[in-house]
Write a protein that binds this ligand. Sequence first.
Ligand code: EPU
Length: 337
Amino acid sequence: MSIIQQDISLKAFNTFGIDARAAFYAKINQVDDIYGCLDLAKNKPLFVLGGGSNVLFTDHVDGLTLHMATRGISYTADDKFHYVEACAGEHWHDLVIDTLEHKIGGLENLSLIPGQVGAAPIQNIGAYGVELCDVFHSLTALHIPTLELHKFDLNDCRFGYRSSIFKTTEKGQYIILSVKLALAKSHTPVTSYGDIERKLQEMNVVSPNAYDVSRAVIQIRQSKLPNPAQIGNAGSFFKNPVVPFFKYESLKIKYAEMPSFMLESGDVKIPAGWLIEKAGWKGRRVGNCGVHTKQALVLVNYGEATGREILNLAQTIQNDIHDCFGIKLEMEVNVIG
Ligand code: EPU
């Protein structure tokens, strides 16, 4: 019996809560189901959906939506590393908690990031001074045109800031099936990211372990980022722009208080949230959507917004930031439609 269903609402499957419909939809509980679905849906466009936490649907989705729901986490180790391999459909935060329950550190700074394991490498998720690439070992993916299984190691993925080959040159070519992480046995928690140390002090923790850092990160995220279960959003909507040093210098003369982060390349990363707030957008509502009151980098759906409304707001903000600062903001969220 086919597991493909027709005309299914994706509202519950995207954290923006957009009521897009999938012409054909299949929930994938085991990898073998993929082959049958691809065969039945030959010549139809294919869209692979994970946790739906980094997508904005601006239209209904033609063709087949494959919703990855494969579960399973396994552990191995050698002298230096714990290796944890998780299926694509595992929730990222559940994986973080599972490693901490196994007394393994390394993922604590990435606590409470919404989404699934299979999506994590696509945009090289990151938070509080750690990115997926820092703990990545390899992944297994199905090459859609040939149905061959391919293994990708760290270098193959060409990770960058919220980027990898799966978002650039190989976009749409692979279905990520599982991800293997290497977590150092000699791990010491990374607490240098400003907010974490302040939060740990507030929690009266003197020598934090990975679990303490996870608790701190969870509290910081909960205080700033809206919970998608209560208000639709996809985390940071834009990437933090990277500008040449001369551009940074000219802005710094005008805005002495502007936060910034110097990169090894000599370029400078500027928080898009600061730019958007400075331009007067923080907390502004436009129709059914708006800019979050506590974090200007997050666009929110107040209930009934369409994807197009949110996209219009995003484009208006992009134009305004360009007019105000001469900086082009890039979207971090994948716009589908
Ligand atoms: N800021 C403002 N106004 C705002 C928001 C931020 O002035 O409304 C300033 C803050 O004061 C701070 C700076 O901007 O000086 C950076 O803010 P924050 O630490 O909140 O982080 P971010 O750069 O806005 C990035 C990631 C987040 C991640 C946090 C913490 C991107 C696009 N976003 O946000 O990732 O959780 O750092 O590490 O890189 C995501 O990708 O969905 C995401 C939430």
